[in-house]
Design a protein around this ligand. Structure first.
Ligand SMILES: Cc1ncc(COP(=O)(O)O)c(C=O)c1O
Length: 407
């Protein structure tokens, strides 16, 4: 279980922690983060309570401006969740019935369910085994023979590393497709120095409590520099209405609460430091695995092979990874997970079932074996504890335990 109690992102139940007198190492500990910001958060929430402006309002508008400035976009639209953000972005850009949207099968469910919610059809293309991100070359190959109904690409910046965005931009331009970003796991991440969320027509972010920038409940935002998309997202977020009780189209109630907005404003100021800390922790893990002889150094190219028992994912030279998750690949992953739990160390599996094999997508006609890299990754990935307050002693304990398991 996550220390915070927010376990919905936990796709398989954590093996019971037992048999250990060691203190628990959670995969994420939001209590430690809260201890560092308590006074400011309490003051900010009190401000909302006094104002009684509880939904959107000044605080959400201020958050939108601050996010736009940080990400380098002209518009941010605060909304109720990352799921709503993805739906709003695609719906506002005109994705609808009859359209095919290319995406990755190796992501959280909402990357594909929001395509369906627009009335469109997800097309799953396999991932690259080195980064586990949607493989641009496989997408290009698919598009050579794709139905004309293909309308858009929705890549996901998985675990906090941007996809090869220049390649996707090129592909989208060549085939006259809209390009979106699922940036739910990538707040502050960059590609060639530009931030995720500013690299496409429109992007969706999640501020779900386990995310690197997280609210005190569900929240999300859309970012775009297209004024037409922005104004339509604003209207769709509020029942398709720009003037109270007058509705131009059927939208949704996807508004952000003011309490979420003030919490996010407090955290946004610290995010650059927190992301830097995540990067430091990731390179310390890399170093510990390398020193223990368990892994080769992290590749900076799309090279996937290693003779070592732990495989580190590639971090591409153009990518400013923020390590929303620190993920390794190992054989006997489920046994390792149980072994770690016995030593009071939590871990997670993102994701145990690729989307093309989810029961609700049977109608799309995919079979086991169709997308082998995603299917293999689903059996091998393990996310280790990472959050800015994690100590180096805790990291040492995690790597020693993995070394013991593999010895
Ligand atoms: C890649 C990805 N897309 C979409 C979402 C949906 O965000 P939310 O949970 O805020 O609706 C999440 C987070 O859960 C995610 O990780």
């Amino acid at each position: 279980m996550l220390e915070s109690g927010f376990a919905r992102d936990e796709p398989v139940s954590n093996p019971t922690l037992k048999n250990s007198t060691d203190t628990a190492i959670p995969v994420l500990d939001l209590k430690r983060q809260y201890a560092t910001i308590r006074a400011e958060v309490e003051e900010a929430i009190a401000r909302v309570c006094e104002s009684q402006q509880l939904i959107l309002g000044e605080e959400a508008a201020a958050l939108e401006r601050e996010i736009s400035a940080y990400l380098g976009v002209s518009e941010t639209i605060a909304c109720a969740s990352g799921t709503d953000a993805l739906w709003l972005a695609m719906q506002a850009a005109g994705i609808g019935p009859g359209d095919y949207v290319v995406t990755t099968p190796f992501s959280f469910f909402a990357s594909a369910s929001t395509i369906v919610r627009c009335g469109a059809r997800p097309v799953f293309i396999d991932i690259n085994p080195a980064t586990l991100n949607l493989d641009a070359d496989k997408v290009a190959h698919y598009l050579e023979h794709a139905p004309v109904r293909t309308r858009a690409i929705l890549p996901v910046h998985l675990y906090g590393q941007c996809v090869r965005m220049d390649r996707f931009t090129e592909i989208a331009a060549e085939h006259k497709l809209q390009l979106f970003e699922d940036a739910a796991q990538a707040f502050g991440s960059t590609w060639r120095g530009k931030r995720a969320g500013s690299l496409s027509l429109a992007a969706g972010f999640s501020f779900y409590p386990t995310k690197n920038l997280s609210a005190f409940g569900d929240a999300g935002c859309v970012t775009t520099s297209d004024p037409d998309v922005a104004s339509r997202v604003r209207s769709l977020r509020n029942h398709g209405s720009t003037q109270r009780y007058y509705h131009d189209e059927i939208g949704w109630n996807a508004r952000m609460d003011a309490i979420q907005a003030v919490v996010l404003r407090v955290k946004l100021k610290r995010l650059p430091d927190w992301n830097a800390k995540r990067r430091e922790l990731a390179s310390r893990y890399d170093q510990l695995f390398h020193e223990a002889g368990l892994a080769d150094p992290r590749p900076a190219t799309l090279t996937a092979e290693t003779s070592k028992p732990v495989r580190l994912l590639s971090t591409l030279a153009e990518a400013g990874h923020i390590f929303h998750q620190y993920v390794i690949r190992v054989a006997r992953r489920d046994d390792l997970r149980k072994f770690l739990a016995d030593r009071n160390i939590s871990s997670e599996v993102y994701y145990p079932v690729p989307l093309h094999l989810q029961r609700c997508f049977t109608y799309l006609g995919y079979l086991e074996g169709d997308l082998p890299e995603s299917e293999r990754a689903a059996k091998e990935v393990l996310a280790l504890p990472i959050f800015p307050e994690l100590t180096s002693e805790e990291q040492q304990r995690v790597v020693s335990a993995i070394a013991d398991f593999l010895s």
